[in-house]
Design a protein around this ligand. Structure first.
Ligand code: PGA
Length: 336
């Protein structure tokens, strides 16, 4: 799988006596240094974690329960780019496109020049996955936008992980805010989906992110940590997971998070992983940003130390623009 392939010269970057990570030659071009302490942006006095919900309760009910406080700790040394050392950019086409428009998009992507040290993934609507798989360059992997929670069978209208694999999908997006807030999927259901997809060998793009009112109420970290915990409680391993931080207020609104806003949540997420999963998972897991990313803002976002890539909606429907976003990895190299 591209996310873990490492065909370039491999070297171990020792970041501290207690932490060393393996990185590709790209990461070796990047700075190795201390991630700076991040400021508190939200009230950290309490954190909510959901524990028991029926599948289609609304997310609002997920946010009621409270458990003990968890404060992000000061930062620790890790490499500038986590995981395989590769940037990760996903294009989420959502419920858009026709056979013709998708054929044009695929042809634009096939002719785009993409930086080599980036894992590039697109998520077409289910109906067009086969068309895309049969026409898109193998340079770009295919993701589904959703999957059924268990083995396929008598589940009308659902798509199974087994079927996705049969078509050549390598990834699935789970926990997207549109599925949480429009369809009504809750944390527990999303966690189960992630566990099942991983058990069958699909990589998971695990989405988290707060609503505007949650940010304004100072609950950004609470919400993100609660959603993370649901994934952590369900999955046996983080080896094949990319976390996508997507503030709901930034999705499809044209109101992108500032690089600083994104960075402070990314570093808090990494810190949560360190405290609640392991040092190794914290330093290896890629955390990508999503929400109104476009060719005009991706370079500035990419410069931030804990932004390891993007999940792109609207701008991924235009091949050249998506390619520019993929290639914003170059600004990371310059910044390093
Ligand atoms: P957007 O969508 O880029 O159109 O804001 C991002 C997403 O939903 O993943």
């Amino acid at each position: 799988m591209a996310s873990t392939s490492n065909t370039n010269t491999t070297q171990t970057l020792s970041c501290s006596s207690s932490m060393a990570v393996t990185s590709t030659s790209l990461a070796s071009q990047l700075s190795i240094g201390l991630r700076p302490p991040y400021p508190k942006i939200d009230s950290l006095s309490s954190h909510s974690f959901s524990t028991n919900h029926s599948f289609f309760e609304t997310v609002h009910s997920n946010l009621r329960l409270s458990l003990s406080p968890t404060k992000p700790s000061p930062s620790r040394p890790v490499v500038a780019m986590a995981g395989s050392g590769k940037f990760f950019v996903g294009g989420n086409w959502k419920c858009n496109g026709t056979k013709d428009s998708i054929s044009k998009l695929v042809s634009d992507l096939n002719s785009a020049k993409l930086e080599p040290d980036v894992d590039v993934v697109v998520a077409p609507p289910f109906l067009y996955i086969d068309q895309v798989k049969n026409s898109l360059s193998e340079r770009i992997e295919i993701s589904a936008q959703n999957s059924w929670v268990g083995k396929g069978g008598a589940f009308t209208g659902e798509i199974s992980v087994e079927q996705l694999k049969d078509l050549g999908c390598k990834w699935v997006i789970l926990g997207h805010s549109e599925r949480r807030h429009i369809i009504g999927e809750n944390d527990e259901f999303i966690g189960k989906k992630a566990a099942y997809a991983l058990s069958q060998g699909l990589g998971v793009i695990a989405c988290i992110g707060e609503l505007l009112e949650e940010r304004e109420a100072g609950r950004t970290f609470d919400v993100c940590f609660q959603q993370l915990k649901a994934f952590a409680d369900a999955v046996p391993s983080w080896d094949n997971i990319v976390i996508a931080y997507e503030p709901v207020w930034a999705i499809g609104t044209g109101k992108v998070a500032t690089p600083e806003q994104a960075q402070e949540v990314h570093v808090a997420v990494r810190d949560w992983l360190k405290k609640n999963v392991s040092d190794e998972v914290a330093s290896k897991t890629r955390i990508i940003y999503g929400g109104s990313v476009n060719s005009g803002n991706s370079a500035e976002l990419a410069k931030k130390e804990d932004i390891d890539g993007f999940l792109v909606g609207g701008a991924s429907l235009k091949g050249p623009e998506f390619a520019t976003i993929v290639n914003s990895v170059t600004s990371k190299k310059v910044a390093a």
